[in-house]
Structure formats: structure tokens, C-alpha cells
Design a protein around this ligand. Sequence first.
Ligand SMILES: [Zn+2]
Length: 260
Amino acid sequence: MAALEARGSVDSAARGDHGRDVEPRILLVGAGGIGAPAAWALAEAGVRALSIIDEDTVELSNLHRQILFDDQDVGRPKLEAFVRALALRFPALEVTALAGRALPDNALELCARSACVIDATDNFATRFLLADAARLAGVPVVHAAAVRWHATVMAVLPGGRPCYRCLFEDLPSGAVIDCATAGVVGPVCGIAGAVAADRALRLLAGDLGAAGSIVTYDGLGDRLREVPVAARAGCALCGESAEIGSIVVERYMGAACEST
Ligand SMILES: [Zn+2]
């Protein structure tokens, strides 16, 4: 616990009380299969400060992809185990641990306090929420997802086009892949996390070429591809008549599972 307290504080910041004087450089939303390799890569790259938000508990079935955890962490809060693992490996890294979730009532503030947001979440509602909040807050965001053998990563510049909604428009309706049954291959999460970290570093370095496309990885086909994304004129977030100018809770209801 000493290491945890020395490197970060677990608090109730998910509700808006960040409890830290240090401004986080990068906000990592999700301490799971994508968040772990992303944080590791960012720390290795010399990032000085991370803010991490999560509310889940480590499960045995997580260990094949959540590389900062081991058997002894099963049953513990992911956030606690995550921060401890980072502190052991990267003692100079400043970590702010935020217990909870990114929600409509705190997402805007969470984003606004960050230089860059990495969306490593496991559900569409939070993913769309972060897309909207990051844009409204004027910060870059990297969306990373993985399911089964497939990974996708998309980076969006502050106020830039295309955005996440240009490609995916809105929360899916009807049947979606169920996170409890679909599963995900560990190395595919590793790819997603590493590419997300790469994109975040490039965005922070002012590399405009890091945005405007989606990176896809097919673990079975052994293909890593970058596909340009066209900005959509009718996009509700960045289009000519964009209608999303605030965070309205009803817009993010009906969460559907993905998998990380
Ligand atoms: Zn858009």
C-alpha cells in the first residue's frame, strides 16, 4: 500500500473530485487489457504523468490480457493493482488513480483536465461519451477497442475531423457482440494498447498525421492496416449542422458490451 500511496491516490474523482494538485498529462479510461499495455508503453516512452480511471475488480479470466496483474491480484480492485504495478516498474511516473467510471456528469471535467484522453473502455456508451466530451473539452482522444482477433484504434484531433461519430455515428441498437461470450485474444489487446500509446504520443507531439484514419489489426490474417476515414457532413458531433453541444445523459443510455 505504501507504494500505492506514494505514487497516486485512489479517491472518488469519478464524481469530479480529483483530489490532486498535479495536472495529469494523459487520461487513461479503463485499466484493462488495452489500458495495461498502453500505460506500460507510455511509461517506457517517458510520459511523466498518467491519470487512470476504473471501477472493476481483477478476475482470473482477465490475466491473459491484463499484463500488469498476476494471480495475487485476483479479487483486488484493478485500479489498486494497476497503480502498484506501475509504481514498481516506473518509480518516477506520477499516477493519479480515479476510482469510478467516466459518466455524463464527470466526463467533461475529466477530459478538460487532460492533455490527451485514451479511451480503453469496454462499452459503447462510454466510448461515445468520451468522443463527445473530448471534443467539447478541446482535447485529443484515442479510441482503442479489441474483440476476439480484431483490434481498432482511431485518433481524433482537438476539434478535428473526422471524429469517432463520423465513422460509427451512434450507439448500436439491437444485438451486439456480448462481452461475456465473445472473448478476446491477449496479444490483440497488446496491439491495441501499443498503437493507442503510439497515437497518443504522436498527438501530443503535434503530429497531425496521427489522426484521420483507423488502424485495424486482424490477428488471424496477420494484417495491420491503416484506413483513411472520411469526415461525414451530417455528423452530429463535427458536421456542418452538429447538434451535440453539451453532454446529455439520455444520449448515452442503453450501453452495449464490447470486450477488452
Ligand atoms: Zn464527426
